[in-house]
Design a protein around this ligand. Structure first.
Ligand code: GDP
Length: 444
């Protein structure tokens, strides 16, 4: 099941953990906090890099507020990191160089060495860059030199984190049933829509308890296929708390998205696309699930042709991260358009699970790269060796190159994604493309 990976920042006091944390959270922090509010700790932020999203936790920041001796703090941090983090960024001070406490901490971290990324901070000059090398003595294979304060080496650090996170959440298997999350802000008509879908179409199999505690799913058969609408308890519940309504919408959405294969983002056709819609849309985009924009209350719209155009224009500008999602116009009240839902869900699910063969991918890559040759920032040669599909749900592609992603023009993976869509569709499904450095294969 989908879980956002966690990256912990640890280290002794004054090495620059908070500066690094603030640097990583950047401008997104204000936005994320505004959305997640009380659910998220102040010391936690969401970061997206190279198509991967993860939470960064500043465990050090929490500990330092307490007046506890260093060894206890360290023990606590290590304990927390081992327990919950996929990658541990251990920050050390490159300006002071190696100190006794570093060896102390190194010993404590030995048992999780493969998860540790040694981050030598305060490396702002070429002189200091040599100094970073002495930290190799600590015996950790992965080492990145940065200056959190001046923003140097942050891209490399993020690359290294993403590299260590691997391929991301394990792909969900293709089951006979498709799990669907009905998401959207309050009053767009989610519960009306669910009632319409469940009430009208052939057999409502039953309401069944989901795998998560407290969750109720609704099973519906549409066009010979079983769809499991997940976490419908949250949707059907009435009498929402007035002030928390918006926030609850996001919370319900989060949990439902995690359990789903595809999401209906329900929008109010009479109100257009709002910033809360965009917040939920971003969560869906980050999750890698399939998505269908479902404009509801279509019965209230007068000039439908004009309105459809306008809503699609708004979707393009306000939901740019979901530009691959098809739109459906429905009315939960009259039932109009609801019959289109089954076929569109089946299509999107198919695209989400689509697998391309390596030969067709390599033909594609050759053609895409000749139309727009990749360029490295340093002007040196870029070669692509081959491309392969690393997984489905969502489809993920790896391009092996003589250069790393960080060396290339940052827009190139986006270009390849665009071309992939032109060539192969993937309607309603996210597509991830990563470029990875590899030594040249032996020439024949
Ligand atoms: P939820 O908070 O997203 O679950 O929204 P509800 O399903 O509770 O609907 C909010 C309000 O919109 C209710 O008053 C519904 O009757 C109304 N509503 C929902 N869908 C439609 C629709 O398709 N057309 C019209 N005219 N009203 C709708």
């Amino acid at each position: 099941m989908f879980r956002r990976p966690r990256v912990a920042i640890i280290g002794r006091p004054n090495v620059g953990k908070s500066t690094l944390f603030n640097r990583l959270s950047g401008s997104r922090k204000a936005i994320v906090d505004a959305i997640a509010g009380s659910t998220r700790d102040r010391n936690e932020t969401e970061v997206t890099w190279g198509g991967r999203s993860f939470d960064v936790v500043d465990t050090g920041g929490i500990q330092e507020q307490a007046e506890t001796p260093l060894d206890e703090q360290v023990a606590e941090q290590v304990h927390a990191a081992i327990g919950s983090a996929d990658v541990v960024c251990w920050v050390v001070d490159g300006r002071t160089g190696l100190v006794a406490e570093d060896h102390f901490l190194a010993n404590r971290l030995r048992s999780i060495a493969e998860r540790v990324l040694l981050v030598v901070n305060k490396i702002d000059t070429a002189d200091l860059s040599a100094a970073a090398m002495e930290f190799h003595r600590l015996g950790f294979a992965a080492l990145v030199a940065i200056s959190a304060e001046h923003g140097l080496g942050i891209g490399e650090l993020l690359d290294a984190i993403v590299e260590r996170l691997g391929e991301g959440p394990p792909p969900l298997e293709a089951p006979e049933e498709t799990r669907v999350a009905i998401t959207g802000r309050p009053n767009v008509g989610k519960s009306s829509l669910l009632n319409r879908i469940a009430g009208e179409d052939r057999a409502v199999v039953s309401e069944v308890a989901g795998t998560t505690r407290d969750s109720i799913d609704t099973l519906v058969e549409l066009g010979g296929r079983v769809y499991r609408f997940v976490d419908t308890a949250g949707i059907r519940r009435r009498g929402k708390l007035p002030n928390q309504a918006d926030r609850l919408g996001v919370l319900y959405a989060e949990r439902a998205i995690e359990r789903a294969h595809l999401c209906l983002l329900v929008l109010d056709a009479t109100e257009g696309v709002t910033s809360e819609d965009a917040a939920i849309g971003r969560k869906i985009a980050d999750s890698g699930r399939g998505v269908i924009l479902t404009f509801n209350k279509w019965d209230l719209v007068q000039d439908r042709e004009q309105a459809a155009k306008e809503l699609e224009r708004q979707a393009r500008t306000k939901l740019p991260h979901l530009d691959f999602a098809p739109s459906l116009f429905v009315s939960a009240t009259t039932g109009r358009g609801i019959s289109g839902l089954g076929p569109i869900m089946e299509r999107v699910r198919g695209e989400h699970l689509k697998r391309l063969s390596t030969p067709e991918l390599n033909r594609f890559l050759r053609s895409a790269a000749s139309r727009l040759p990749p360029r490295a920032r340093d002007g040196k040669e870029v070669r692509f060796f081959y491309i392969t599909q690393a997984g489905v749900a969502p489809p993920r592609f790896l391009v092996f190159s003589n250069r790393s992603a960080g060396d290339l023009d940052a827009s190139y993976p986006r270009y390849l994604t665009r071309r992939l869509r032109e060539a192969f569709g993937f309607e309603g499904s996210p597509v991830r493309v990563r470029i990875r450095k590899r030594r040249a294969p032996n020439s024949q």
